[in-house]
Design a protein around this ligand. Structure first.
Ligand code: GLC
Length: 800
């Protein structure tokens, strides 16, 4: 091959022909003449792991990305030898391995359509400087193939034609296309011929992905060290690919407490105590719902983690309690850099116990962060994580803080060109000692993990809440995340929209942007538009750097305040809907936000859409991303959709103009949906209500909706104390049936559903509840709603 010769000249090496093959239960080993071993493990019928060694020996098989809870097991596995290939068959996939070259190709087992094919496939370059290899993979990009995923990349949803690097980086005021930024999630999905697959390259070194950028028909990925080690995940539905990847790298260990899905207010920084109180009071006075208030670094004594500045916060426990009485949870920031100060116990203890990272030749890893010169705990060491978890006891158990915000954990180092540790820093990596080259991308993840375990322990029996900036694949098991230091510009509003979608399709749904922008000052209009988007992100927090003025909902004048209130109220009304989607996420790995390609991949129009997304299963949203807009054009996916504001029904599968003055935005509800709504509350748990609303969007035909509920905190739901209601709607021209099936032992406080009909196409002549006819006068006066016992099994309307 010509390409090979060229590449060979550049120092690349290639596997030669297979000389040996061995099978060990679910794992196959193919050895080449030049000692390359390809290890193929059938994880599930649709998930195959490929791992290559160039020395005949594999590294210790250890991964921070893959969870021990991942499902394993297949229905069928057959391996056969043909003239030119080995052929591995599962019930979903056929994998051919070419004897001459070790090249792999994968086919759909049902229709034999080619899904993915190595070009050169695995090759490598020896790294003289560091030892080991630079491992590479190249694959053919099929006709009209598109690519998605890769975590927080600030680019349009479709990645085709682009090249990326994964190296967790502190990126103050990053912009559209800045790469890399805060997260390293080496997972992408692809689609062609209506078939979708995904590749998770589980390698924590600096990795690169090229999606047909360098060469038009080739997609490749490579890493600066470690093994070529990737999981191939087949759909054919992209939603199944994402769910499988999420299963592999882990769903969140628990549901968040419901308050964590409320609106959060943050700024760098609210202090002293009187300022915090002013802010929280104003939320209550103006009746803008809010559940959490954040303390940024200035609450600490000289930026020493786990301390308080007693001048600003003389009695944190009392303050936190008072805030809590008013419905506010307190969340505090904790960074990884520990101030070098022999009078400071956290520093002393870590020094005594040898918990700080060291350089290759022995000195401590010293770097500047907010407190000045710091040392940094090695969170990749189990004992250090254990110690770190223990540090939260006072904050959580005693003071009553409810959430912890981990920042600067890339780890960020100031005033150095590479913004982080040098490569030679040593890490334990859970007993697999290595340099920072390998541990860098998981450092923040391991910090957040230790924080999570501390919060879990000391919050018990309540649920923990953690938020992190840096992340590697699998971090979603422990924590939520935000997108870092964005800017108050219209472009950044669009970037935030894409980042949230991209994170969700990369297994990380619990995420959001700094609403309004972190750097610089938004105009009121931009702030309002950003709130409109932000209420549809799973993590919803306003944050700003504070050096340009204030960024609370009321600082932009009354018109904006009213708009913000209106939208935050919608978020609070939709909490049961979001909570149900979250349950679906932790149970089935279903992403809470769905880019249109994920929602309807069969419709090719969706493959290049970036702005619209589906929130949960049935709400379509499209933010306004430009100033002075009276509305916008957007693509409405196939099917019929109700305009949320007007109930006008439109047929999708086309681009449409949608009106949206500043106090509105394009929101649509899928025909047939049953959307649960709480009354507006100023914070989660404020009110004890006796009924909740079910908005029923009439459809001729059938549709299924769900409503999950539990105690909104604690773990009783894991013991069966939850309720999962499935609503089956059947609509006919003059008849309507709503059936309910309930699962689980939880009984909510409310006793009734107010069922509101949207577009009931007939006049009701009789109503039956569980086969008993009721008086028509029981229909509410407007005639389009009825209030019934929440345990009904069938509501039947007849009409003329
Ligand atoms: C970093 C964070 C930001 C925080 C600031 C001060 O820039 O990204 O959210 O406010 O540090 O702690």
């Amino acid at each position: 091959m010509i390409v090979n010769t060229e590449l060979e000249q550049k120092g690349n090496l290639f596997p030669s022909e297979i000389i040996n093959y061995k099978k060990d239960v679910d794992t196959l080993y193919f050895t080449t003449k030049n000692s390359v071993v390809l290890q193929v493990t059938v994880v599930r019928d649709s998930v195959i792991r490929f791992r290559y060694s160039t020395t005949g020996k594999f590294d210790n098989d250890f991964s921070y990305g893959i969870t021990i809870h991942a499902s394993r097991g297949y229905n069928f596995l057959d391996v056969s030898e043909e003239d030119k290939y080995y052929v591995i068959k599962t019930s979903k996939l056929i994998c051919k391995i070419e004897k001459q070259s070790l090249q792999v190709s994968l086919y759909d087992a049902k229709d034999m359509v080619l899904i993915n094919q190595d070009e050169i496939g695995f090759h490598w370059e020896e790294s003289y400087e560091f030892g080991g290899d630079i491992v590479k993979m190249s694959k053919i990009s099929q006709k009209a193939e598109s690519y998605y995923g890769l975590g927080d990349k600030p680019v349009d949803v479709n990645l085709k034609g682009k090249r990326f690097e994964n190296w967790v980086t502190d990126s103050y005021a990053f912009g559209k296309n800045t790469d890399p930024i805060y997260k390293a999630i080496p997972f992408y999905t692809s689609i062609h011929d209506n078939k979708s697959y995904g590749i998770f390259f589980d390698n924590t070194f600096k990795t690169h992905f090229d999606f047909a950028q360098e060469r038009r028909n080739i997609t490749s990925f490579w890493a600066q060290g470690g093994e070529m080690n990737y999981y191939f995940i087949y759909g054919p539905q992209m939603s199944d690919v994402v769910a499988n990847y999420t299963d592999l790298t882990g769903k969140p260990h628990a549901l968040p407490p419901l308050w964590a899905l409320g609106y959060h207010q943050c700024k760098w920084s609210y202090y002293p105590e009187s300022n915090v109180k002013q802010i929280t009071q104003k939320f209550r006075d103006l009746k803008i719902p809010c559940d959490a208030i954040y303390l940024d670094i200035d609450y600490m004594d000289g930026f020493r983690c786990f301390t308080w500045d007693k001048n600003y916060f003389p009695d944190p426990k009392r303050m936190v309690k008072e805030l809590e009485n008013d419905g506010f949870k307190t969340v505090v920031i904790i960074d990884p850099g520990i101030k070098i100060d022999l009078e400071y116990d956290v520093f002393k203890e870590a020094l005594d116990k040898d918990y700080f990272c060291k350089r290759a030749d022995g000195p401590y890893m010293k770097g500047k962060v907010w407190p000045g010169e710091c040392y940094f705990p090695d969170f990749t060491k189990p004992e250090v994580r254990e110690w770190w978890s223990g540090l939260f006891q006072e904050l959580i158990e005693d003071i009553g803080v409810k959430g912890v915000w981990n920042d600067m954990n890339e780890p960020a180092v100031m005033e150095v060109p590479n913004k982080t540790f040098p490569n030679d820093v040593r890490h334990d990596y859970d007993g697999n000692q290595c340099s920072h080259r390998k541990a860098h991308n998981v450092y923040g993840m391991q910090m957040a993990r230790a924080t999570y375990h501390g919060l879990k322990k000391y919050s018990y029996p309540k649920r923990p809440f953690v938020i992190t900036r840096a992340a590697y694949s699998g971090t979603q098991r422990y924590t939520s995340s935000w997108f870092g230091d964005n800017v108050a510009t219209w472009e950044h509003l669009a970037v935030a929209n894409n980042q949230a979608q991209r994170m969700a399709m990369s297994g990380f749904s619990f995420a959001g942007s700094d609403i309004g922008g972190f750097a610089e000052q938004p105009q009121g209009e931009l702030f309002a538009r950003w709130i409109q988007l932000g209420i549809f992100h799973v993590f919803c927090r306003v944050h700003s750097s504070g050096d340009h003025g204030d960024q609370e909902p009321w600082v932009f004048g009354e018109e904006i305040t009213d708009i913000v209130r209106k939208f935050v109220e919608i978020r609070y009304q939709l909490l049961p809907y979001l909570y149900t989607a979250f349950w679906n996420h932790i149970n089935n790995g279903t992403p809470i936000l769905k880019s249109l390609v994920l929602f309807d991949q069969e419709d090719q129009h969706t493959h290049y859409r970036s702005d619209e997304f589906v929130y949960g299963e049935q709400i379509l949203v499209c933010p306004i991303q430009e100033p002075n807009a009276k509305g916008r054009r957007m693509y409405v996916p196939r099917g019929k959709w109700y305009n949320f504001w007007t109930d006008e029904v439109i047929e999708g599968g086309k681009e449409t103009w949608v009106d949206a003055d500043l106090d509105s935005m394009p929101i649509f509800i899928k025909e047939g949906a049953v959307i649960p709504k709480y009354p507006v509350q100023q914070y989660v748990g404020e009110k004890n209500f006796d009924e909740i609303t079910l908005d029923v969007y009439y459809k001729i035909g059938k549709e299924k909706s769900q409503l999950y509920d539990d105690a909104h905190d604690g773990y009783d739901y894991k013991k069966g104390r939850y309720s999962l209601r499935t609503f089956k709607l059947t609509g006919k021209k003059k008849e309507f049936i709503l059936q309910q099936h309930k699962e689980g032992k939880f009984d909510a406080n409310y006793s009734k559903f107010k069922i509101v009909f949207h577009n009931l196409p007939f006049t009701v002549t009789s109503v039956q509840i569980d086969n008993v006819e009721i008086d028509l006068n029981d229909l509410n006066s407007e005639k389009h709603s009825i209030t019934i016992d929440k345990e009904f099994t069938e509501l039947h309307l007849f009409g003329k």
